[in-house]
Design a protein around this ligand. Sequence first.
Ligand SMILES: Cc1cc2nc3c(=O)[nH]c(=O)nc-3n(C[C@H](O)[C@H](O)[C@H](O)COP(=O)(O)O)c2cc1C
Length: 217
Amino acid sequence: MDIESLMKRRRSARVYLPAPVKRADIEEIISCAGAAPSAINVQPWEYVVVYGDEKERLARRLLKVQSERRVNCGPGTATPLPDRYARRSREASVAMKPVTENMGLPMNQFVEEGSCVFYGAPVAIIVTIDQVFPKLRYLDIGLSVSYLLLAAEAKGLSTCPIGLVTAYGDEIREVLSIPDGKEVLLVIALGYADERAPINSLKTHRTELSEILTWYE
Ligand SMILES: Cc1cc2nc3c(=O)[nH]c(=O)nc-3n(C[C@H](O)[C@H](O)[C@H](O)COP(=O)(O)O)c2cc1C
């Protein structure tokens, strides 16, 4: 499949089959993530793959801290978002709500607890950056993660980037013995999506080109 079709087809999956993912496939996907461009080619991204019993151990720990601290799945900004951003985020919540309620869970609870257990995906990929880098280098990480998501899609695998649990970066570092100098930026759920789960057919809307593009000629 061509890259444009892959980009348009990709969507986040939030229910996974227990089917295992081959180690060689995971390595190829991370190798594609490593092919991304970065400023002066420093390649600041680092990936930690968590699988099997270790993944279950991490999920149990995150669910426990979530029940004690309750980070919510809002956009994480200190001030209210300007209207157009708030509208986009509201649209996504509105689209998810009936599906999760049909599953017997309020949307927030589904997202918050699901994020902590990586929506049952067999693989969780932790994305870290060495704290020697300034925040501007997060751009490089974003590019690398995009490559990763598309490489997974090309292999028939699904993903969900999970930012919520990075609030528990200390716990993630402790469970996985990630050194203090590394910041946990994102977790990515990876596996085969359960296509029968209605939440997985949710296709989020994208805004008109005219809202995101300014053209001078
Ligand atoms: C940086 C980042 C953090 C995200 N965090 C979460 C999360 O914590 N939980 C979740 O269910 N989805 C999370 N998502 C997935 C977004 O909700 C999703 O990408 C967005 O609604 C667009 O839908 P799509 O990926 O299906 O196109 C995150 C996505 C990104 C890029």
